[in-house]
Design a binder for this molecule. Sequence first.
Ligand SMILES: Nc1nc2c(ncn2[C@@H]2O[C@H](COP(=O)(O)OP(=O)(O)OP(=O)(O)O)[C@@H](O)[C@H]2O)c(=O)[nH]1
Ligand SMILES: [Mg+2]
Length: 203
Amino acid sequence: MRADDRGKRSERSGPIPLKIVVAGGFGVGKTTLVQSVSEIAPLSTDEPITVASVGVDDLRAVPDKTTTTVALDFGRISVGDSLVLYLFGTPGQDRFWFVWDELVRGAVGAVVLVDLRRIADSFPAVDYFESRDLPFVVAVNAFPGADRFHPAAVHDALRLRADVPVVPMDARVRSSCLSTIIRLVEHALDRSNVVRFPRSFSR
Ligand SMILES: Nc1nc2c(ncn2[C@@H]2O[C@H](COP(=O)(O)OP(=O)(O)OP(=O)(O)O)[C@@H](O)[C@H]2O)c(=O)[nH]1
Ligand SMILES: [Mg+2]
């Protein structure tokens, strides 16, 4: 195949789709992240938190929280003409774990959000991606006290593999979320030894 034929082929086939999962414990900011970065109106499946949650979900750290994701969050980000990222946010409550296996199918990797006031809540998500050998980055979300710990200390506390990135993030700020997602894609590409992330993508 000649080089210009390859160009025509990629024109016809359109941008490469990449699936990214946004995971973590209950109320760590997964829906907020997807809503911050999506260029389309994000799909959200949040429902009011009901009395069934009492004694099950710990709302002390997020007292203003009135809804929870019951199926998934969905959003999209285009990266120039070459890539389109599809974001799938997981439900945070333990009773919706069964949805995770469907959501991660075909994903290049995951952003695991952590609220340092409740770091143990994100252990199951870390374990999940480690056990499936899926690339992930840990994003320390900007809840009160998040800046008191260096990423290296968080890395140690979560007993992460040496190459797993830990990044500070504010899920309410688009540029911050994009930096995290770029870090994930770079990490996934590093692990697969393929191409570099396009430089044309502005954060
Ligand atoms: N201070 C602060 N609050 C945040 C941040 N990110 C999210 N929040 C708030 O935290 C609460 C929980 O956010 P959600 O995005 O619903 O969390 P979630 O992980 O999707 O929750 P579940 O789907 O129920 O597991 C909301 O009240 C957000 O406004 C952040 O970076 N800093
Ligand atoms: Mg949610």
